[in-house]
Design a protein around this ligand. Structure first.
Ligand code: PLP
Ligand SMILES: N[C@@H](CCOP(=O)(O)O)C(=O)O
Length: 466
């Protein structure tokens, strides 16, 4: 299996090298050169299998034999044994044809655990095999950070630097990161927003001189392995509800676009999907682009769904690459224009996107209303991100006959503020986090200046210069 860049200029890489990097050297993101196919028989045979077994079968072609089957199976089984629900990602029926796919039963209570429990183990495997050490730099709006720390902290060959926007993540999210006092974990609170943090991480991949030759690895969804692992739950949910014999639809609370892009990959692999609904909060660039071809940055707004407070949505580039029929030059030109001025998609690619994707944007007042409404109708207490999906699914679904699967991306206990604002007394943290609010914290506040952040990373990494 080879991976190519969405901007068409960087060298193609194999699986091992694509996992041990981040962005491509031309500024693009890696995607598989050819999307592996799952036949109807292969899909049908997955019904009733364990999540780990489905994961092994779906991901095996992406690994391309670079980890032997027995080892990869063990890695996958270990990763999903950390989840507190036997089904790993259970489907919860809300009404006759609307389901919640609960992705928050991992160690840090958000969907990021599904990929990061696996990625940490794969990185460990490759680094030990090579006898190499590496530095991780990641940007988080709250959930990726703790999931990455939890997934990678036991890997002695890694130093982990996570940048979160200072005072813009929930208290539980912050403490999940900053109370990990391991020697290889460094939390940096950036005086800026998520876009600032993500831009600094991307700039660090583009010019790695500050690390004197030490390898830099991504844990954000710019890393292909993040997408690969997230494809699995679309397939698992689809076959549980009758695929390949019937179509299903998905509604995905979206921001950096890794999650819904993974669903699109499942569809490209052969899962019959009728419709993808993209739900956004007030940071609605994805909705504006699809609805009005308004691909323009606006000021980032702080909302009740803070993990989706993102304007520059990384993985949209991967979808654009397909919409532009894999014309890397056109994608590059569009994204360079977007960096500096309002942009718009060409007519044909936009029409291609609209064939499969619908979208809806949900403001804070509507998030609270959706939390109350879902609880009234179904007794489920949704977190504010999932609430955007619940509402968007209702507004956008193409028909009532196709099962709609809304992705529940986080546990409500992570977002007590929104839950209380919606009129509920709050939600207890699971027992393994009982004392989270009393644990000692360690983090460093830094200005949103690339040179300052890079100097901090260079100084604190335990990895000696190569
Ligand atoms: C809880 C939660 N929901 C939804 C999202 C959006 O997912 P994505 O960035 O993959 O579009 C995120 C993070 O981005 C998140 O943490
Ligand atoms: N919501 C995310 C933002 C980063 O997204 P990623 O999928 O690219 O890691 C977060 O919680 O950090």
């Amino acid at each position: 299996m080879r991976y190519i860049s969405t901007r068409g200029q960087a060298p193609a890489l194999n699986f091992e090298d694509v996992v041990l990097t981040g962005m491509a050297s031309d500024g693009g993101l890696y995607v598989p050169e050819r999307v592996p196919q799952l036949s109807r028989d292969e899909l049908a045979a997955m019904a009733g299998l364990s999540y780990a077994e489905i994961a092994f079968r779906v991901m095996k072609p992406f690994v391309g034999g670079e980890i032997d089957d027995a080892t990869f199976r063990d890695i996958v089984h270990d990763a999903y044994a950390t989840f507190s629900h036997e089904a790993v990602v259970p489907l919860n029926q809300l009404d006759s044809n609307h389901f919640l796919l609960e992705l928050f039963h991992g160690p840090t209570l958000a969907f990021k655990d599904v990929a990061l429990q696996l990625l940490g183990r794969i990185l460990d495997h490759f680094l030990i095999k090579r006898g190499e050490r590496a530095v991780i730099m990641g940007a988080t709006s709250g959930d990726t950070g703790s999931a990455a720390i939890e997934g990678c902290r036991h890997c002695d060959n890694l130093d982990i630097f996570i940048l979160h926007p200072h005072n813009r993540v929930s208290e539980v999210q912050r403490r999940q990161m900053t109370s990990v006092l391991a020697d290889n974990v460094f939390n940096i609170a950036i005086e800026g927003n998520f876009d600032d943090a993500q831009a600094m991480v991307k700039a660090s991949f583009a010019d790695q001189a500050f690390l004197d030759g030490t390898r830099l690895v991504a844990v954000n969804s710019i890393n292909w392995a993040r997408i690969m692992a997230q494809i699995v739950y679309y397939v698992a949910a689809g076959v549980a509800l009758g695929a390949p014999h019937r179509e299903v639809s998905f509604c995905v609370p979206s921001a950096n676009f890794g999650n819904v892009f993974a669903g699109y990959m499942a569809y490209q692999m052969g899962l019959p999907v009728k419709q993808f609904v993209i739900a956004t909060n007030a940071n609605d660039i994805l909705h504006r682009t699809l609805a009005d071809n308004d691909f323009a940055k606006r000021e980032l707004e702080a909302t009740l769904a803070p993990s989706m407070d993102i304007v520059v949505s990384s993985n949209f580039e991967r979808l654009l690459f397909d919409a532009y029929q894999r014309d890397g030059e056109a994608v590059c030109a569009l994204l360079e224009r977007f960096q500096h001025e309002p942009a718009a998609l060409a007519e044909a690619p936009l029409a291609r996107l609209r064939e499969k994707f619908a979208s809806h944007s949900v403001d804070d007042a509507t998030i609270l209303e959706a939390i109350r409404e879902a609880h009234h109708r179904t007794k489920e207490l949704l977190d504010p991100h999932t609430a955007t999906g619940y509402r968007a699914a209702e507004v956008c679904r193409a028909d009532a006959a196709t099962p709609m699967i809304t992705l529940a991306t986080a546990h409500p206990a992570k977002f007590a503020d929104a839950v209380v604002k919606a009129g509920f007394p709050g939600v207890p943290l699971p027992s393994h986090m009982d004392d989270l609010l009393e644990r000692e914290e360690r983090y460093t506040v830094l200005p949103a200046e690339l040179a300052v952040v890079q100097a901090f990373v260079a100084e604190h990494r335990r990895t000696p210069a190569a």
